[in-house]
Design a binder for this molecule. Structure first.
Ligand code: TNX
Length: 502
């Protein structure tokens, strides 16, 4: 039984229960009286102090009641109820012979952070709409609520822009899968055998809607001014050199960088953002900003002249000048801009939020800017999961490894952080860069069980961290993954590492 606040959640629960238990559960309107044997989802008499995402869950012999002041809380209450049931409840087929019982509990639960994110890079390797939706399903059961969609990078432009069709006609495709992967490591080919793919604007709308039903907001990232080789391969006129550009199919930093000295560049980016932003209802729009090689701007007379005219001392200030212009565009659409650490260099745009991957979080928070903590040390899901590299599929080597225990020990609030800055830490996020991830099976391997640790870091208070208990619960989570047919790193669960707190 559910009231209006439950939205799609009652149907979501009924569908999941039907799939695995075979029970046909009817959804009735909740009128206020708790009927024996029912599962009730309601905002009536909910405790407002539970906040936007909190809930209370009561499982008694007479029935189940989930109360939450807002719909997200009802959804998370349902997630917890599913976790109380046998792991087979996550199965996609009816499982016979399982006693579908949950222990009696009284739970009050709410998250520590509002931004519990996961980033998927669909540029280095492309993931289809259906694959992205599977990632969203998996995020939802971990109560992760922010999907950062890295849609653009040197090796591929993945979002249809109607005014600039070459972005996807040319920028979304490359001759081969690259990165030393065998061609059969992926199926993302077109009829002519080119590797790649992109999402139409309709695809994007569908994914955003799919995510919303799972209480996940979607943050698109359009990289600029660097990491833009794919865009400049299609439109070299917005570069300093005029091209030609051909993305390198290796990891690293490349020369695809926009020319800030041309007004047409801003017209182009204004048009692109003008098509992108309305597709994504959430307030944050990510504009990249990381790893901008400054050599090209150093060598460009036009850029040097621009710097003189604007009184900019160095190329870092030129990037800051560029970013401030972009912020105006984002703000004109009524949105907030977020960018990687480097947007701090040369001066941070007025209302920008910072995604800290190589520092800057403290500096930004101390001056009243919001911050999402994704430091390489703890949040990079493209790093090896163990120092025994030979036993692992190829992964990023420039830093890491990121073991499960290390991630589990992470506190997104730095130790010496003054309490008045803490509210500026929106939360944390895992980043799956996909240079070494050619398909969903491998993406799942890199995600799990590390995303389980991330989920706990983002949701529960630091004082609740308990490694032995986490490892015990992971045994059950592994069974859920098996029921869902999800890949994960078995070794991390079968061979516990040292307790990170001891
Ligand atoms: C750095 S993190 C990058 C990405 C790479 C990643 C590989 C960031 C903002 N930039 O472009 O994929 O390292 O670990």
């Amino acid at each position: 039984m559910a009231d209006a606040a439950a939205g799609d959640t009652a149907a979501y629960l009924a569908e999941q229960l039907a799939k695995s238990t075979g029970y046909k559960i009817k959804v009735h309107k909740f009128e206020g009286a708790v009927t024996k044997g029912a599962i009730v989802l309601t905002s009536q008499d909910a405790d407002a102090t539970l906040g936007k995402e909190g809930y209370s869950l009561s499982v008694k012999p007479e029935g189940v009641v989930i109360r939450a002041p807002h719909s997200a809380g009802l959804f998370y209450g349902v997630q917890t109820l599913l976790q109380l049931l046998p792991p087979e409840v996550y199965s996609t087929n009816v499982v016979a012979g399982v006693p579908w019982v949950a222990p009696c509990v009284e739970i009050r639960d709410w998250p520590r952070f509002q931004w519990r994110g996961f980033m998927l890079d669909v540029s280095r390797h492309f993931f289809s709409k259906a694959e992205v939706e599977k990632v969203l399903d998996l995020m939802a059961i971990h109560k992760l609520n922010t999907f950062h969609w890295h849609l653009v990078d040197d090796q591929g432009w993945r979002i249809e822009i109607k005014k600039y069709p070459k972005l996807t006609e040319i920028g979304a495709w490359r001759p081969s899968v690259g990165f030393d992967f065998p061609s059969n490591s992926t199926t993302a080919y077109d009829e002519s055998g080119r590797y790649g793919g992109y999402y139409t604007q309709d695809d994007i709308r569908e994914v955003v809607k799919y995510a919303a039903a799972l209480h996940i907001v979607v943050v698109p990232e359009i990289e600029m001014p660097g990491h833009s080789t794919a865009a400049l391969k299609a439109y070299p006129e917005y570069s300093c050199t005029g091209g030609p550009f051909e993305p390198q199919l290796t990891g690293g930093i490349f020369d695809g960088i926009y020319d800030p000295a041309k007004e047409q560049t801003f017209q182009f980016l204004d048009d692109v953002l003008g098509e992108v932003i309305p597709l994504f209802p959430y307030k944050y729009i990510h504009i990249g900003g990381d790893e901008v090689p400054k050599d090209t701007w150093k060598k460009s007379q036009d850029c040097q002249d621009l710097m003189k005219r604007e009184g900019l001392k160095n190329e870092e200030e030129l990037q800051s000048w560029f970013t401030r212009r972009i912020e105006k565009i984002v703000t004109a659409h009524g949105r907030r801009m977020i960018g990687w650490s480097e947007i701090l260099q040369g001066g941070l745009a007025e209302n920008a939020a910072v995604m800290d991957w190589i520092g800057g979080g403290k500096e930004a928070a101390s001056t009243g800017h919001n911050v999402v903590m994704t430091p390489t040390d703890y949040c990079y899901f493209d790093f090896y999961q163990s120092s025994t590299l030979v036993a692992e599929p190829k992964a990023a080597t420039w830093h890491g490894p990121l073991t499960l225990s290390k991630l589990y020990s992470y506190d997104p609030v730095p130790k010496d952080f003054p309490p008045e800055w803490v509210p500026h830490i929106l939360g944390t996020q895992g980043n799956l860069w996909t240079e070494w991830v050619p398909n969903l099976n491998q993406a799942e391997y890199m995600m799990f069980p590390r995303a389980c640790a991330l989920a706990e870091v983002g949701w529960s208070p630091q004082s609740a961290r308990n490694w032995d208990d986490f490892m015990r619960r992971l045994q059950v989570q592994a069974k859920r993954f098996d029921s869902m047919g999800v890949n994960y790193r078995h070794t991390a669960i079968d061979t516990p590492e040292a307790d990170p707190f001891r």
